[in-house]
Structure formats: structure tokens, C-alpha cells
Design a protein around this ligand. Structure first.
Ligand code: NAP
Ligand code: SF4
Length: 682
């Protein structure tokens, strides 16, 4: 594509080409690297090819694959993916051919995990154990260092043979190269440790050896940790020194890395403000002349365009948003950015799955990574369907079933759609959920689905209307525990609180410490504006030094504790650690939030009674009165499926999905996937 291509009127900067000299990227959108789990699955490369091809078709300028190890010790886990031999290139060709066929470009990410490798053969600059890995690394010998440099270069060359347009050398997030760079993990006294010149030698040798193998017309992206967010991390001067040296060594583009995996500062969770770290890339723009990519919590074309308009970066990286909507770029280009299924940064189906060594997908798009398995092809005969309940499960089912050509009639008893997401969006740090409501409700319109609000249905009505199938997506109701005095007017359930129907006093007891108990505690203690929508306050809360005068951008910086709006007691009957059921990648953030707001957590309690004095509990066998003004019930849910038996008895073909099917572990991820799977086969 020539640089004279007319500018797209909608997102002129994001959609303008990027000329790299020997090749041109069609726009400024990078689909960032993301491990999917398909890399290790039998037959996974065919599925990966379909996954990437769909994103290339969706218009993304450049794709970077999930991390592939240059040798055995660098694998993420014993069966992790590796590219070291010629015979391994054929399966990669499936990917590169599929992407090129769609007019896309793709780079392979070379990732050596170093001390993050989840196996006993892991190695690092020094034998310093990572706090997030039980396996202690062995210090690399000089021979191993040289061999690893060669292995990186060889993988780079094999990538070229496999048809990739380039590679991304993973130098951030606390992986091996990053481990060499920082004194936190590099305690060596030889030419690979000590001075910064020595610590950056490994990174530079890898780049030089790789460039030498592939010649000049091959993209080499270096993912540079610009902000480590750990103690004994790099200083800004060091990061700049390395960036300049990388440019001299022949790197084509520098991508921004933010935070090591072991950092205790959130970097991509939904509570992180949008584009929270583009200022870091902006600082680097003054220092080098090669293109820079910025990343982290960029999830809409509008945000991407703003970043580029400010001149913070030359390209924007989005990984999870491309899982949520493969057609992101095309929709933006057509002026339909409001039709994009926005990534809400929940991590629930992507990173949490990868963490548990399961295949990644997406909560709001269950087709992600299932492109060859979950499809909504036209049904052989169109059915007349009734969907009861307009929460996420009901809306998702309706949309997918309509895509198959079925006539869908959606009935919702309330005067609005959205179910539990209407509540979730009110929780501080979950503001993003509003975008799922926007997407799903507007998609119903685009699919011409008949939506009937204020329309509770009876068995008789449904039978009489003669539907072929009725899908019950009637959700859940809060479980009310049998506690003496539970009907005291000071007691509310979480739904009433999140809907703003309850006035809360200065002291509140929250019963039940599952996901919702945590959400309610955050909601009740939040004083003033949510920090998720105020970047300055958020950076101060987490003690991030935007001048990066402190190593890692945090060392010695005091975190500003947020004020707490009221005193909250969070209670559970179990005597185990609090927050055990929270998600693996974000649970620690919720625990930290409540700690900062000094929420009192009391476990192993028995609820004795509630009266006007407050909540009477038994703790360690002793009676205790919590003098609270209000009590909020977050003790799980029960399925609402009162129509089910009646419909079955009336001989109607009926299906249950979402919370109506199973209330335990109620979650939108399961509800939407279940809806999609039913729609694909009904
Ligand atoms: P939950 O995780 O099942 O927690 C409810 C808690 O209430 C239980 O852990 C239980 O703890 C207590 N409980 C249950 N029955 C009780 C009874 N009869 N009397 C007194 N206490 C009782 O349910 P949830 O908090 O409603 O969350 C549901 C799901 O929503 C989660 O699994 C998650 O998938 C999703 N969610 C997640 C998040 C998040 O991760 N941030 C946020 C919102 C929702 P004890 O028995 O120990 O007291
Ligand atoms: Fe985004 Fe959540 Fe989907 Fe992951 S699961 S891509 S975070 S919406």
C-alpha cells in the first residue's frame, strides 16, 4: 500500500499506513502477543491458523503470535511450544499462509521465560527464585548464555523460513532478557552482570545475532520493559540507553512492556484506567527515531486515535480486544466503532484460562479460539424461538440464534435489558461493563430481534404462542440465608445496594465473601470518584513515579491510601483464607483494594441473629456484637426457573441457560458460552 492512500475519515491516524522502509504496515494497529493454549494442543496449529486468519481478515495491521521458546529450557512449561528445528516450521506455515491469504502480516514472538519457566529445568541470569514460581532457577553458565543467544537467532531465522514477516523478541514482563537487565535478578560479576553496560549485553547480542541471520528486510520488534514496576528494576536512564543501543543494533520497532508478572501493581485489569501507561511510551518518543508501539488497557479505536494524536506512539497494541472482536479494525474503518464488541479487561476467559493451562477464549466472544468449532451457520429450517430473560445469556443466545436464521422473540419482565451486568457496571473498577451492555443491546437491534420489555410470560402464554423452543434465561435471585432477624429493615441484598435502592450508614456488615461480597465491599468503601476513571489518582494510589527517577518506577515511592467511605466488616463462615474463590489473575487486586480501605475481614463466623443493635455473631465460640447500621447479603444466588416445570409438563421444548440453569459459580463467562453453544445446535 502506498503512503498516498487517502486518509480514513473516521480514525485517520490509527488507519494510516506505517512505512518501515522495506515493507509497509497497512495501519497502526498491532494485535499484541497472547498465548492461547492452542500452541500446545493436538491439531492446535490448524485452529491457530483460523484464529489469526480471522483477525487478519478483520483488518489488523500486524499480528504478533503468542510466545514461542527458542529452546527447551525457555519453554513456559514442560510441554510449552518451541521453534528450534526446520521440521517444526511446517506447522507454522499453516499460520503464515492463512494470514497472508487474508492480506495480513504476522510476526512470531520469541519468548524465553527464564526463571518464570514452570519446570525444574529453568535458568536465569542468577539463581534468584521468582516469588510467583516454586521452581528456583540455576544460574546460566557463560556457555549457556552464548548458546541461548544462538538459539534466539536460530529461531529468528526459522521464523523467516516459516514465512513470518518478522519476530518480536520478548525483553519485558520479567522474562529472561529482563532478568539479565535488572539488578533485581542479575547478581553476576562477569561480563553479563554488574554495570548496566554488562547487564544489557545479553539483549543486544541477541538482537545483533538475530539481525545477522535474517538480513535487513525482516521486522524485528523488541519488547522493551520501559517500566518494570518492581524494586531494583531499571531506571529511566538505563531504559533509554538500551533503547538507543537497540536502535543501533538493527531493531525495526520497539514495543512497550509494562510491569513484571510478579509486580504487585495492576497493569491490565479492568480497574486500570484506559491507556494508563501511554505516557511511558511518550517519554521514549523523544529519545529514539524508530517507530514505537504503546500498549496496556487500550480497547477502543477512540482511545487509540487519541494516543496517536497526542504523538505518544506510532502504533497501538491491542491483544485482548482482538479476542473480543476480530472485526475491530474493519468496524472502525467503516465508521461503526459503536458496533465493536469491546474487551472489558475482565481476564476471565483469556488470561485466567492460560494461567490454569486451559485454552483461552473470551467472555464476551466465546468463538475466540474456537473459530473452527463454534459457528453459527444457517439452520436447515428456521425455528420460531422464545427467549425468556434479557440478561447476558438471553441476549447472547438471541443474537447467535438470529445469525442462524431463526426467528427470535426475546421477552424481558423488566423495563430494561442487561440483567446482572447492570449491577456490575456500578461497581468501582467495573465501569467497562457498560460497553458490553451497549454492544449486546444494539446487536439485538441490528439482528432485527423482537425485544419485548415489561413482558413477564406465563406457561399458558408461551404454549399458546406456539414456539418451537423456549429458552429460559431467567437468571438468579439472591439467596437469603435463614438468620433470625433477617427481615430487619437494616438488611438489604446486594442487588438493592448496587441499584441505589438502599441508604447505607457508616458501619456495614457484608455477609458472604465471594466475588460479590468483594465487589460490594469496594462499592461501599469507595469515597468519591472511582480511580479507574481518574488516572492521576490511580497512579498516586499505586505509587507510580511518572518521572521514573526511582528504579522500576516505584522503588521508595509512597502509595497514597484511598479514603474509605465507611467502616465495612466482610464476613464468611469458612475458616479459610479470604478471597480464595476470586480469579487467579485479579483476585490479588481485589484483596489489596479492601486492605487499603481497611475492611475488617472476619472468617469462621456463625451468624446468630440480627436486631436493632446490629449483627450478633459467634467467633471462636464467643458471642460478639457488630454494632452496624446496615447488613448486606451477598450469600450466593438461587436459580430462577419457576417456568421450567410448567413448560415441560405442557409439552413445550424448553432449554435452561446461564444462572437459570445453574446458580453456583454464577458467571457471565459460562452463561454466554452456554448460550452460544445452544444457539449453534438448536
Ligand atoms: P459465591 O462465590 O458463591 O459466594 C457466596 C458466599 O456466601 C459463599 O462463599 C458462602 O461463604 C456464603 N454462603 C453461601 N450460602 C450461605 C448461606 N446459606 N448462609 C450464609 N452464607 C452463605 O457467590 P457470589 O459472591 O454471589 O459470586 C458468584 C459468582 O459471581 C462468583 O463465583 C463469580 O463467578 C462471579 N463474580 C465474580 C466477581 C469477582 O471475581 N470479582 C465479582 C462478582 C461476581 P461462607 O459459607 O464461607 O460464608
Ligand atoms: Fe477481554 Fe475479558 Fe474477553 Fe479477556 S475474556 S478478551 S479480558 S473481555
Amino acid at each position: 500500500m502506498s503512503t498516498n492512500t487517502p486518509k480514513n475519515p473516521h480514525f485517520p491516524l490509527m488507519l494510516s499506513p506505517l512505512d518501515l522502509g522495506f515493507t509497509t504496515l497497512k495501519n497502526r494497529v498491532l494485535m499484541g502477543s497472547m498465548h492461547t493454549g492452542l500452541e500446545e494442543e493436538k491439531g492446535g496449529f490448524n485452529k491457530l491458523a483460523a484464529f489469526y486468519a480471522e483477525r487478519a481478515r478483520g483488518g489488523v495491521g500486524l499480528i504478533v503470535t503468542g510466545g514461542i521458546a527458542p529452546n527447551f529450557r525457555g519453554r513456559i512449561a514442560p510441554h510449552g511450544s518451541q521453534l528450534s528445528f526446520s521440521w517444526q516450521t511446517s506447522k507454522h506455515k499453516l499460520i503464515t499462509d492463512a494470514v497472508h491469504k487474508e492480506g495480513g502480516k504476522i510476526c512470531l514472538q520469541i519468548l524465553h521465560t527464564g526463571r518464570y519457566a514452570y519446570h525444574p529445568f529453568n535458568i536465569s541470569a542468577s539463581n534468584v527464585k521468582a516469588p510467583i514460581n516454586p521452581f528456583k532457577p540455576r544460574q546460566m553458565s557463560e556457555r549457556q548464555i552464548k548458546k541461548t543467544i544462538k538459539d534466539f537467532a536460530s529461531t529468528c531465522q526459522l521464523s523467516q523460513k516459516a514465512g513470518y514477516d518478522g519476530v518480536e523478541i520478548m525483553g519485558s514482563e520479567g522474562y529472561l532478557i529482563n532478568q539479565f537487565l535488572c539488578s533485581r535478578t542479575n547478581k553476576r560479576k562477569d561480563q553479563w552482570g554488574g554495570s548496566y553496560q554488562n547487564r544489557m549485553r545479553f539483549a543486544l547480542e541477541i538482537v545483533k545475532a538475530s539481525r545477522q541471520k535474517v538480513g535487513k528486510d525482516f521486522i524485528i520488534i523488541f519488547r522493551l520493559s520501559m517500566l518494570d514496576l518492581v524494586e531494583e528494576g531499571s531506571t529511566w536512564d538505563e531504559v533509554v540507553e538500551l533503547a538507543k543501543a537497540l536502535e543501533d543494533a538493527g531493531v525495526t520497532i520497539i514495543n512497550t512492556g509494562i510491569g513484571w508478572h510478579e509486580a504487585r501493581i495492576p497493569t491490565i485489569a479492568t480497574s486500570v484506567p484506559r491507556a494508563a501507561f501511554s505516557w511511558v511510551t511518550a517519554k521514549m518518543k523523544k529519545e529514539v527515531s524508530i517507530p514505537l508501539i504503546t500498549t496496556n488497557r487500550i480497547n477502543t479505536p477512540e482511545v487509540a486515535e487519541e494516543i496517536l494524536a497526542r504523538g505518544d506512539a506510532d502504533m497501538v497494541s491491542m491483544a485482548r480486544p482482538m479476542l473480543a472482536d476480530s472485526d475491530f479494525v474493519n468496524k472502525a474503518a467503516a465508521g461503526n466503532s459503536d458496533h465493536i464488541n469491546t474487551c472489558i479487561a475482565c481476564n476471565q476467559a483469556c488470561l485466567d484460562h492460560v494461567f490454569k493451562q486451559k485454552r483461552a477464549s473470551c467472555l464476551v466472544n466465546p468463538r475466540a479460539c474456537y473459530e473452527t468449532e463454534l459457528n453459527f451457520d444457517k439452520a436447515s429450517s428456521a425455528k420460531k424461538l422464545a427467549v425468556i430473560g434479557g440478561g447476558m445469556a438471553g441476549m447472547a443466545f438471541s443474537i447467535y440464534a438470529a445469525q442462524r436464521g431463526h426467528e427470535v422473540n426475546l421477552f424481558e419482565a423488566k423495563d430494561h435489558l442487561g440483567g446482572q451486568f447492570n449491577l456490575a457496571k456500578n461497581v468501582p473498577g467495573k465501569e467497562e461493563f457498560i460497553d458490553s451492555l451497549r454492544y449486546f443491546t444494539s446487536e439485538l437491534e441490528r439482528q432485527n430481534i423482537k425485544v419485548n420489555l415489561n413482558s413477564p410470560q406465563s406457561v399458558e402464554q408461551l404454549k399458546e404462542a406456539g414456539f418451537d423452543d423456549v429458552v429460559l434465561a431467567t437468571g438468579v435471585t439472591p439467596r437469603i440465608p435463614a438468620i433470625d432477624g433477617i427481615d430487619n429493615p437494616m438488611v438489604y441484598n446486594y442487588q438493592q445496594v448496587l441499584k441505589g435502592e438502599a441508604t447505607m450508614g457508616a458501619r456495614v456488615a457484608v455477609l458472604g465473601a465471594g466475588g460479590i461480597g468483594y465487589d460490594i465491599s469496594e462499592f461501599l468503601t469507595e469515597a468519591g470518584e472511582s480511580h479507574t476513571v481518574n488516572l492521576d489518582l490511580w497512579l498516586k494510589e499505586w505509587g507510580i513515579d511518572t518521572e521514573v527517577t526511582h528504579p522500576g518506577g516505584i522503588e521508595g515511592v509512597k502509595q497514597v491510601k484511598p479514603e474509605s467511605a465507611r467502616h465495612v466488616y466482610l464476613l464468611q463462615r469458612k475458616a479459610e483464607r479470604f478471597g480464595k474463590t476470586l480469579q487467579p489473575t485479579t483476585g490479588w487486586i481485589h484483596r489489596a483494594a479492601l486492605k487499603k480501605r481497611t475492611v475488617d475481614m472476619i472468617g469462621g463466623v456463625e451468624y446468630v441473629k440480627i436486631d436493632d443493635n446490629g449483627l450478633h455473631i459467634k467467633e471462636d465460640g464467643e458471642l460478639r456484637l457488630l454494632e452496624v447500621d446496615n447488613i448486606v447479603i451477598c450469600t450466593g444466588q438461587e436459580s430462577e426457573k419457576s417456568l421450567h416445570q410448567g413448560l415441560e409438563d405442557a409439552g413445550v421444548s424448553v432449554h435452561l441457560i446461564g444462572g437459570a440453569d445453574y446458580a453456583g459459580e454464577l458467571d457471565a463467562k459460562r452463561a454466554i458460552r452456554q448460550a452460544a453453544e445452544l444457539a449453534a445446535r438448536i
